[in-house]
Design a protein around this ligand. Structure first.
Ligand code: PBG
Length: 348
């Protein structure tokens, strides 16, 4: 029945009417709050490009965890800044690693809060890559020639002299997952993008008697410019090259579906799309095709971009915060990892 019988504005007349027919709702349980844990005590150091986000020592992280619980958040996810870095990512899987210590402290003080552990090696590797790096055997100086040819502005995607090894990395990832789960992490979230890592982690957990620890796989993680501020927060920028040989090409939707499908086959209990706002179509397609819970990560650059405009008075904080989160929810993600978690929960 067309106009004038049908008038869509009828149901928009007042907030009670609009609220009654609202299709997408946000609750604090939708939000997962990322925390960056660093060594020391009483430390709360703000990330310059992420106002309101801090590097926190374990004691301060415990306070944030308590607050997250009191706001009714779905959970928190922990990232670690280790004391030292090396080429086998010792800090990621050591018993007294920074995230392991933070987890024990949080679990001791805060009950019934879901604590997720990000499993990646970049923060713990001296070179800042997410996997084991091997220097390529010199083939008649081809590498150095290629380097001479390209100016500083046109750096090659990956240093031609190095490669990131897939299979040797899997072992370290599985070891890291087991160590985190033993420390009390509730959900293991691998974000490294090595092939086969979900299967390797599942096997590692099962063999360690941790068959009940779920895996939230960063299944479709794109090589994105929007991770910039995170690399300051987690001190994880690669020292050479970039991540394009393992993270996905932002142009590929069908390949994202293959990544998700493989992770499900390997045992993922939940999957993630990352970043969120530039990839809403990927979230929507994943929601259409798969039946497991879907998470999306509103990453550091998305947050920084909104905060910059908010601080300039160009955007209204509360409106854009809720609108951006609603859009991610509407696309089909039921869990949203977001630096706005606490602020949004306060508003709701
Ligand atoms: C680790 C990791 C990254 C993010 C989450 N886990 C950075 C990267 O891949 O470079 C990014 C999160 C954010 O930008 O907020 N690999």
């Amino acid at each position: 029945m067309p106009f004038p019988t049908t008038r869509l504005r009828r149901m928009r007349q007042s907030e009670p009417l609009r609220s009654m027919v609202r299709e997408t709702r946000l609750t604090p349980k939708n939000f997962i709050y990322p925390l960056f844990v660093c060594p020391g005590e009483g430390i709360r150091k703000e990330i310059s490009s992420m106002p309101g986000v801090y590097n926190l020592s374990v004691d301060e992280a415990v306070k944030e965890a308590k607050e997250s619980k009191s706001f009714g958040l779905g959970g928190i996810i922990l990232f670690g800044l280790p004391e030292t870095k090396d080429e086998i990512a010792t800090g990621a899987w050591a018993d007294d690693g920074i995230v392991q210590r933070a987890t024990r402290a949080i679990k001791q003080e805060v009950r019934d809060l879901v604590v997720i552990g990000d499993v990646c090696l970049c923060e713990y590797m001296s070179h800042g890559h997410c996997g084991v790096v091997q220097k390529k055997k010199q083939t008649a100086g081809a590498g150095s020639l290629a380097q001479q040819g390209s100016g500083a502005a046109a750096k090659p995607a990956i240093d031609p002299e190095y490669e990131i090894l897939n299979d040797p990395t899997l072992e370290i990832l599985a070891k890291t997952a087991v160590s985190l789960a033993k420390a009390g992490i509730d959900i293991i979230a691998p974000s490294d993008m090595m092939d086969g890592r979900v299967g390797a982690i599942r096997k590692g957990l099962d063999q360690a008697g941790l068959a009940n620890t779920p895996i939230l796989s960063y299944a479709a993680k794109f090589a994105s410019g929007f991770y910039g501020p995170f690399r300051e927060a987690a001190d994880s920028a690669p020292q050479f090259g970039d991540r394009r040989s393992y993270q996905m090409d932002g142009a590929n939707l069908r390949e994202a579906m293959r990544e998700i499908e493989l992770d499900i086959e390997e045992g993922a209990d939940m999957i993630m799309v990352k970043p969120a706002m530039p990839y809403l179509d990927v979230i929507a397609e994943a929601r259409r095709r798969f039946d497991l819970p879907i998470a999306a990560y509103q990453v550091s650059g998305e947050y920084a971009m909104l905060q910059a405009a908010i601080r300039n008075g160009w955007l209204d904080r509360d409106r854009v915060m809720l609108e951006s989160l609603t859009s991610i929810r509407r696309a089909g993600a039921q869990l949203i990892l977001t630096y706005f978690a606490k602020d949004a929960a306060k508003l709701l």
